[in-house]
Design a binder for this molecule. Structure first.
Ligand code: SF4
Length: 368
């Protein structure tokens, strides 16, 4: 499914922001979707069942509301693992797609999708932060609590954010998605300050565990088109899931990736083996009884998330890295999301600290 926003059945508008021009713009684009202005306190009453049973229904309801808190925050990495100093730009919560392993199921407590329409506040906050931090380089992502592009046909947010970032010398924006909603990116003045990124997986996992997402072919064709519009690209093999035939599966995705997309356009590729909050196993197990990858053996990591045993992670990483290294450009930074120094050393033969830190490695990859 190229555009998961086609599944949205209702739009609710928080009465406090109903008159904003941006809210009205979104409503105008959402032809054929019923719109109701509400007091957002009323929204929970619309669901017959409590969270998370109401999640499947809630993912079809979009609430246009305002963010009263901070938009821009450091990614909550963990001290015990090598983290990449990412900054999160919070544009909304939840996602119209439905991946069995999605960590948001355990983080959130509301079933509906939220999108923050006070985008002027977002831009003011972001602009102020970037002005105050001219000595450092920020990699900023909107895909932490939602998918960066899944709602973009309705919100048109990329048309605001991409030009806003174009003249920022000390930052790049990463738009991370599993959709193929790229139409708004065409013709925007981006000046290399926006990277368009896709999460990829083995074909079996994409097909069975990533519901309402774009197919591999759709994602890679979208990436190829973005490259032709001058955008740098990124790819994330995350979560890497152990399953029968994983070697062949990941190898075939990697082959298709490099057969489709110009390698020199790829700024970075990450790898992260499946890790999850303990609560996720029950939630996902109940919502998706036919998925069984949570029933492998796991250990509890230093961040209290369940992870595969170290030997199994190393086996997965080494297999995938060998495939990536065969075809990746020498300037593409291949890295781990949240792994220990021991794993870095065992798989890559160095740790990020040997290269001035993971943040620096990624900054270099994008400023080339
Ligand atoms: S695409 Fe990302 S945010 Fe959306 S359900 Fe899947 S993992 Fe969650």
């Amino acid at each position: 499914m190229k555009d998961p926003s086609v599944h949205i059945k209702r739009i609710y508008v928080d009465h406090k922001c109903a008159d904003l021009p941006y809210t009205q713009e979104i409503i105008k684009r959402a032809t054929n979707i019923p719109v109701e202005v509400i007091n957002d306190q009323n929204l929970l009453a619309l669901y017959d069942t409590p969270y998370p049973e109401n999640l499947s229904a809630g993912k079809k309801d979009l609430l246009l509301t305002t963010n009263q808190g901070a938009f821009y925050k450091p990614c909550p990495g963990t001290r015990e693992y090598q983290c990449c100093d990412y900054q999160v730009l919070n544009i909304g919560m939840n996602c119209p797609m439905d991946c069995v392993y999605c960590i948001l199921q355990a983080y959130l407590n509301n079933p509906w999708l939220s999108f923050f329409v006070n985008v002027d506040d977002l831009l003011t906050e972001l602009g102020t932060k970037l002005k105050a931090e001219t000595q450092s380089f920020a990699r900023i992502g909107t895909g932490e609590f939602t998918d960066s592009l899944a709602l973009d046909r309705l919100t048109g947010l990329s048309k605001i954010l991409v030009p806003f970032m174009a003249d920022k010398k000390n930052a790049v924006l990463e738009l991370k998605t599993k959709s193929a909603v790229i139409d708004n990116l065409e013709g925007l003045e981006h000046r290399g300050r926006t990277i368009v990124a896709w999460s990829l997986n083995a074909p079996k996992i994409m097909k069975k565990e990533e519901i309402r997402t774009a197919t591999l072919e759709e994602r890679l064709n979208a990436a190829k088109t973005c490259a032709s519009w001058g955008y740098k690209l990124a790819f994330h093999f995350d979560p890497i899931i152990y399953h029968s035939g994983w070697q062949e599966g990941y190898a075939s995705t990697i082959k298709q990736l490099f057969d489709t997309v110009p390698a020199e356009k790829i700024a970075w590729i990450s790898m992260g083996a499946l890790r999850y909050l303990p609560a996720l196993k029950n939630i996902a197990g109940t919502r998706f009884p036919n998925s069984n990858f949570f029933y492998e053996e796991f250990i509890t990591g230093l961040d209290n998330k369940s992870r595969y045993f170290r030997s199994q992670r190393v086996e997965l990483y080494k297999g995938i890295l060998a495939q990536l290294q065969e075809r990746a450009d020498k300037n593409t930074c291949i890295y781990f999301c949240m792994e220990s120094d021991e794993i870095w050393q065992e798989v890559f033969g160095f740790t990020p600290d040997d290269k001035s830190g993971l943040g620096k490695m990624l900054d270099n990859a994008v400023s080339l």
